[in-house]
Write a protein that binds this ligand. Structure first.
Ligand SMILES: Cc1cc2nc3c(=O)[nH]c(=O)nc-3n(C[C@H](O)[C@H](O)[C@H](O)COP(=O)(O)OP(=O)(O)OC[C@H]3O[C@@H](n4cnc5c(N)ncnc54)[C@H](O)[C@@H]3O)c2cc1C
Length: 396
């Protein structure tokens, strides 16, 4: 059973890459553990720079026609006061809004797209071992039966706990634990559904993001740097505490009067982890398997599609896939490094506590108003991130 590409994981990363390579004639096998995708509290709001990647990959129209809703406005509130309402279409280089979808629906749509493009997609299959090499191999189990597969290239698109990353012996770097982020799905919030709503209290250190998914659903995220004051919120019993955190952060309490909870509540570390140069010896990593950016900044979906687009372009450019994958990995290091730098600055500004953080904010916040700060939402890693940009934002 030999293929050009074996892709482990059929989420956003795996299915998008499978579709992109199968439609140009590559023999692609996707091995996906889940028989049916479920709500695992993942990203559901894609920034405009990711929407541009979705367009380039030919995913945008299908997503819009099936499960996704494009949101034009981005509203920021200080306490409960609206401080800015940004028109994303008018103010981003790609003239795009933000794309919201229920994550499991998006996964089903994209894995179907991979099948339609000609990929061999197998579900309910768990990859247990991966062996790097000139002809890398994958061992997978289904219903107690084990199979072996061989390919020119194995792709780890298997998320944060990647088995492929482990099998390929990639090292991981991690940011220190600093923020926590909890998320849950609500219906019944009486807020404008054409707007992403972001709340910060006057004291900073925490934030709430409400992302509209269509059909009166909002994915709500609460992020905090006050780890000792806000214990982890998980399960149904944590929902009342979650709502209280949102209200403390400035969300009007009446927005929760008639809410219904549409899925699990779960808390994650707000910290990035990544592999430098995510290619070696026949194994390449994409999406969260390569680098999970801090979920508090909502860039993971966009970063995942950037990975897919860059890897696809490199593989289509040459028959030498070893060289192509090295090129991808070098480019990945550059844009992930840029994003990580910008997110670290924003973490200092918006989640830092104490007099030094207040000093930083006094310098930095006007830069967001005059447009000289990095634009994480509109441009992501394509924003300036050099020393001059740092001094402009944070001061000398
Ligand atoms: C709390 C939280 C909030 C977030 N919010 C945002 C946001 O607002 N905006 C944003 O852009 N990003 C956000 N993200 C990040 C975003 O969800 C991820 O970057 C994105 O889902 C990564 O997609 P992926 O395909 O790489 O991984 P995944 O979505 O994890 O997909 C991996 C797939 O691999 C399969 N798999 C795993 N192991 C195996 C195996 N051994 N064998 C076979 N299959 C396997 C899994 O079943 C899964 O389908 C958030 C993340 C978290 C944790």
């Amino acid at each position: 059973m030999t293929y050009d590409l074996i892709i482990v994981g059929g989420g956003l990363a795996g299915s998008s890459l499978a579709k992109s390579m199968a439609e140009v004639g590559a023999r692609v096998l996707v091995l996906e553990r889940a028989q049916r995708f479920q709500d695992r509290v993942r990203g559901e709001g894609m920034h405009p720079w990711g929407v541009a990647e979705a367009r380039t990959l030919g995913l945008y129209a299908t997503l819009k026609a099936s499960c996704a809703k494009e949101t034009r406005w981005w509203a920021t509130y200080n306490d409960s006061e609206l401080s800015r309402r940004r028109d994303l279409v008018e103010t981003t280089a790609h003239r795009a809004g933000a794309l919201g979808f229920y994550h499991p629906e998006m996964q089903e749509v994209l894995i179907d797209l991979a099948v339609t493009a000609g990929a061999d997609v197998r579900r309910g299959v768990t990859v247990t071992k991966v062996f790097p090499g000139e002809r890398p191999m994958v061992f997978a189990e289904r219903n107690g039966t084990s199979d072996a597969f061989e390919a020119r290239l194995v792709v780890g698109a298997d998320g944060r706990q990647s088995k492929v990353r482990q099998g390929g012996k990639f090292e991981i770097s991690r940011d220190p634990k600093r923020l926590l982020i909890a998320g849950v799905l609500f219906t019944g919030i009486p807020a404008a559904e054409d707007t992403v709503h972001v709340f910060r209290p006057a004291t900073f250190g925490q934030g709430v993001l409400l992302f509209p998914l269509g059909n009166e659903r909002f994915r709500a995220y609460f992020a905090t740097g006050r780890r000792s004051e806000h214990p982890r919120l998980d399960g149904r019993s944590g929902v009342a505490g979650f709502i209280q955190c949102c209200v403390e952060t400035g969300v009007p309490s009446e927005w929760f009067t008639n809410v219904e909870v549409g899925g699990p509540l779960a808390t994650f570390e707000g910290a990035a982890f990544w592999s430098d140069h995510p290619y070696q010896n026949g194994i390449v990593l994409v999406g969260d398997a390569a680098s999970a950016s801090d979920p508090c900044w909502g860039c993971g979906l966009s970063l995942t599609l950037r990975d897919v687009r860059v890897l696809r372009d490199q593989l289509l450019d040459t028959e030498d896939w070893d060289a192509a994958a090295h090129q991808y990995a070098a480019e990945h290091d550059r844009y992930f490094g840029a994003l990580h730098t910008i997110e670290s600055w924003l973490t200092e500004i918006l989640y830092g506590l104490g007099p030094e953080a207040d000093r930083l904010r006094a310098h930095a916040l006007p830069r967001f108003v005059d447009g000289s700060a990095p634009d994480l939402v509109g441009a992501g890693p394509d924003s300036p991130y050099d020393e001059a940009a740092r001094i402009r934002l944070l001061g000398a």
